[in-house]
Design a binder for this molecule. Sequence first.
Ligand code: ASP
Length: 231
Amino acid sequence: QRQMCIRDRRWIINLAPFGIMGLVFTNVVSNGLAIFTQYGKLLLLLVGTMLFMAFVINPIIIFIYLRCNPYPLVFRCLRESGLTAFFTRSSAANIPVNMAMCEKLGLDKDFYSVSIPLGATINMDGTAIYQCVATIFLATCCGMTLTLGQMVTIVVTATLASIGTAGTPGAGMIMLAMVLQAMNIPVDMIMIIYGVDRLFDMGRTCLNITGDISCALCVTKWESKKQTAVK
Ligand code: ASP
């Protein structure tokens, strides 16, 4: 009976793409073809900000703590852990991969066995970036002109929302609805980016996960440096 129930519901799910197409169509009609230029800008801005975070900000943080060339570690994180995060789209599912990598790096198990699971749910820089950029994009699509104060509010709300986002595929999208609501942007606007969220999710999960390993490494090395100095 349960299987029949699932089968009954499946036809509704199969019709969902048509519903989304309708919403996108309505948006194109009301906003004109400018929406596609905006899509292009959204994509460029998101990819650019994520790359900036991964290859500039993260390395700078590592350099400040470790005083060595951070790029070998950044590339190793992306290759060994980022790849599985990219395809699973889940920080939680990537915890064992990150643990194994920390072990390979010779980090203190007492520290990383706590910091990696905690970071997988709390440290979500990719999700925070995504929620900020997507909220500003959707506000623009609605014809809203945001003031600097509103943008700062978006950044703060999105950062808090990203901390509360679960490390599962697509969770960032659900929390994005909350950010939109907080900014009085119609939540159904989310449908405009729903179709491409899968791709964005891959990128943001990859960024979420690489920060966790570099943080574990920085703190472990920093602590051991401190202890050596005390002795
Ligand atoms: N999929 C992301 C993660 O697990 C969360 C999100 O959807 O932003 O890190």
